[in-house]
Write a protein that binds this ligand. Structure first.
Ligand code: ZN
Length: 258
């Protein structure tokens, strides 16, 4: 029987039983296995991982674990420049394109409100999510750990929070997306990129009061929804302010389900 020593960092510990969190622990094995398979057998989905060091050297997922290896496993950490160390992927995971699992519709709408490119349908099947993620290089956002174990998914985040607003805050913080937000630039219904339009061009679709009080309009080129700074705009602004206020220093991400 061979053994290797594992240490998981930061939020990867969420996937481990308490006794294995934030400590180096021994894992015994008797079959030759890649480091990817061994890590997933310990419960950690591979798309959550950015960097693996074996005896202080960076390796990729195909590395075969040897007896006595000391293995450090790090999560996606976009805010640090780890590019000199990276062996898992040709470039870091900073990809602000998302595909959202079928039961997280409100999360998708909030991310679109912030301007993030976010595909969502409530009838996506797992295999479609995986295929689109691969073809379009989109990061999968899900609360289903099994979905992240699809082989073809290599960009993905397991969302810890259960409340949609907390989920948005969690994603912004973990991927350090604050500076990439472009509020009010996308259609929250369908993800289209909004374009400025003249009042005349949308006049027929406006209610009388809207026509009277508002003069600046944008429209989704895909679903034709018209947007203006109406009565709910102030509420949206406050919500956006809550989302993109960078949290102070050291506090941990709140996790509703822990
Ligand atoms: Zn639209």
């Amino acid at each position: 029987m061979a053994s290797a020593w594992f240490r998981f960092y930061e939020e990867l510990n969420d996937f481990l039983p308490p006794a294995q969190r934030k400590v180096e622990f021994e894992h015994r094995f008797d079959r030759r296995a890649s480091i990817k398979d061994m890590i997933e057998s310990l419960g950690v989905p591979h798309p959550e991982i950015e960097l693996i060091l074996v005896n202080s050297r960076s390796v990729d997922f195909s590395h075969i674990v040897s007896d006595g290896d000391h293995i450090s496993v790090y999560p996606v950490f976009e805010s640090l420049d780890v590019s000199p160390l990276l062996r898992l992927r040709p470039e870091p995971l900073r990809n602000p394109g998302f595909i959202v699992d079928s039961n997280l519709g409100r999360l998708a709408r909030y991310l679109r409100l912030l301007g993030f490119d976010c595909l969502y349908r409530n009838d996506y099947r797992d295999i479609e999510v995986a295929r689109i993620s691969l073809q379009q290089h989109r990061t999968v956002l899900t609360r289903d750990r099994r979905l992240l174990q699809y082989k073809v998914i290599d960009h993905g985040l397991f969302i810890r929070s259960t409340a949609p607003k907390d989920q948005v805050r969690e994603i912004l913080k973990r991927l350090d997306l604050y500076r990439l937000a472009r509020p009010f630039s996308r259609c929250t219904r369908c993800n289209g990129v909004l374009a400025a339009v003249s009042k005349e061009s949308v006049d027929r679709s406006l209610q009388p009061r809207t026509r009277l009080y508002y003069h600046v309009f944008r429209q989704c080129p895909d679903c034709k929804q018209v947007y203006w700074q109406g009565s709910h705009h102030a509420r949206m602004l406050k919500l956006i302010g809550d989302f993109i206020a960078i949290p102070s220093g050291s506090e941990e991400t709140e996790s509703v389900d822990s």
